[in-house]
Ligand binder design. Structure first.
Ligand code: CUA
Length: 145
């Protein structure tokens, strides 16, 4: 019993040490969205690719059973693309194969990740969180050329 309680104290101490001494915290400042109003909330009412003035791109995605919108985008080789994704229904995954883009899409939140596409080809965007009977069909493509 004493050992168990002392271990709980050690674990709590580790968390407090990480939070205060090492300043390790969950990400803050994430954007929220009303999941019942995704279809009328800019920019998600028109999901798709946007080119910014500095030549980089933003890609806004709505993940919904059982598809991604947009289903296909084309970006020039070497482009820096920041993906933003949200869901109006259930938790989905957002993984761009062969890249480090791999995030959860959670109703009520806008998640984001950035990737520089240095290799041409067609990249597969897949849902990697089980979201229902059509989960395995939930995919889109990103063409880099
Ligand atoms: Cu969406 Cu699995």
């Amino acid at each position: 019993m004493a050992f168990g309680i002392s271990m709980l104290a050690v674990f709590l101490g580790t968390i407090l040490f990480a939070a205060f001494a090492d300043n390790i915290n969950p990400p803050s400042g994430l954007q929220t969205i009303d999941p019942t109003k995704v279809a009328s909330t800019p920019p998600f009412e028109h999901p798709g690719l946007r080119r910014l003035a500095d030549g980089t791109y933003e890609a806004y995605y709505v993940a919904q059973v059982f598809s991604f919108r947009p289903s296909h985008i084309v970006v020039p080789l070497g482009s820096t693309v920041t993906f933003y994704a949200t869901s109006p229904d259930v938790v989905h995954g957002f993984e761009v194969a062969q890249t480090n883009v791999n995030m959860m899409v959670i109703p009520g939140w806008v998640n984001s990740a950035t990737h520089v596409f240095r290799t041409p080809g067609t990249y597969l965007l897949v849902c990697n969180e089980y979201c229902g009977i059509g989960h395995q069909t939930m995919a889109a493509t990103i063409e880099v050329k």
